[in-house]
Design a protein around this ligand. Structure first.
Ligand code: HEM
Ligand code: FES
Length: 347
């Protein structure tokens, strides 16, 4: 949370996360190069550099696939929440690996004294109307630019400056980048290297991302389970169906998701969107008396959705009541910070 603006701080978990990430990237690229050079020793220097282009390209593609899978995975099982915790660093690492892929490609042209040809390729406008022979590198450049903008604006300063909804909208462009990379490979190397491994990589990557998003969407609809029983109120379930110090999430008729938390015999409802980066608050827990966002640990009081002093964030709250033994929520939002929690008598 912030008083004006406070960046999420460095801590041991983040250092461990980054160390594992770096070790994973080195292991992946090292294995790729080892297998590639063992199976087909390089003929000359450009061929050698080409292996590096490929190793870094495939690694960046795998990282993009993982980064897009982390969100739905964390929705399907809280076991994946630690992956989500520092996803921004994952994104920045992905940009660095993709940039090195391009760096080796420039070197490939450079060692052959061929750099001007790269510009000619990119500026042969007639080729942009062709399917086979399309300047696939331009698609890679567009994807890399998106990754760059995201890496450059990933710091919390930009989040505060742009506001969470705008920041989140920008980060949705990652899906566009993924689509561009799939086309970059399908219209590029797949057209002149007939190895079945290349379409297999695209098929598996794209398939994983799509399947996980569909599974998480279906699961969320099923889990929300909120149904309107009396006009204006949404039934959540008996109080004990809400896990103690946890929440159940219901969906208002306008699609807004509401997190209904229980702390012993106190129940309160808040928007499911964290004020920091719109993280899924309802997947968090009540720790030290405060609702704690699972993404970066921003905290809010159950009573009124306010961050504890000295912080200033306030979340929208909702009226709750117990009706015929069921917790119900009024989906009309109250002004942020309005006290709305209630107590219920334990059976
Ligand atoms: C987000 C950015 C990018 C990603 C994730 C990416 C990913 C990939 C992948 C997965 C391959 C196929 C490698 C293989 O299967 O062997 C590839 C090939 C290639 N990429 Fe990229 N790429 C990106 C940006 C770029 C850019 C900006 C350029 C050039 C301006 C570029 C130039 C190439 C070239 C020349 C190849 C073919 C390499 C060969 O013939 O061996 N890429 N890229
Ligand atoms: S703490 Fe970052 S999204 Fe909630």
């Amino acid at each position: 949370m912030s008083v004006g603006f406070r960046a999420v701080q460095w801590n041991r978990d983040k250092v461990v996360y980054d160390a594992i990430l770096l070790a994973g990237v080195i292991a992946f690229i090292g294995t790729f190069l080892f297998v590639s050079f063992s199976l087909h020793p390089a003929k000359d220097s450009p061929d050698e550099i080409d292996r590096f282009i490929r190793a870094f390209g495939v690694c960046a593609f795998a990282m993009l696939t993982i980064v897009l899978s982390i969100g739905p995975l964390a929705r399907l099982s809280p076991r994946f929440l630690p992956l989500l915790y520092n996803r921004r660093h994952f994104g920045v690492f992905t940009f660095i690996v993709a940039a090195l892929h391009v760096g080796f490609m420039i070197e490939w042209y450079g060692v052959q004294g061929n750099l001007p040809n790269l510009l000619v390729e990119l500026m042969t406008w007639a080729d942009y109307a062709r399917f086979i022979g399309f300047p696939f590198k331009a698609l890679g450049i567009a994807a890399l630019l998106i990754l760059f903008v995201m890496a450059a604006t990933s710091h919390d300063f930009w989040l505060g400056f742009l506001t969470p909804p705008v920041w989140k909208a920008i980060h949705m462009a990652l899906y566009v980048a993924y689509g561009l990379v799939v086309l970059h490979v399908a219209l590029g190397i797949m057209q002149y290297d007939r190895s079945p491994l290349i379409p297999a990589m695209l098929f598996v990557g794209f398939g994983i991302v799509t399947a996980l998003h569909i599974a998480a969407g279906v699961r969320e609809r099923w889990r929300d389970g909120g149904r309107v029983i009396s006009p204006g109120w949404i039934a959540v379930g008996p109080p004990q169906s809400i896990p103690d110090k946890g929440a159940r999430i219901v969906t208002a008729p306008d699609g807004e998701r509401i997190a209904v938390f229980r702390d012993g015999n106190r129940i309160g409802a808040l928007t499911n969107l964290c004020a920091h980066q719109n993280g899924p608050l309802g997947e968090g827990r009540i720790i030290d008396g405060c609702i704690t966002c699972p993404w970066h640990g921003y905290q809010y009081r159950l009573e009124d959705g306010c961050a504890p002093a000295p912080f200033t964030e306030k979340l929208t709250t909702y009226r709750v009541r117990i009706h015929r033994g069921f917790v119900e929520v009024d989906p009309v939002p109250l002004p942020p910070g309005t006290p709305a929690a209630i107590s219920f008598a334990s059976p």
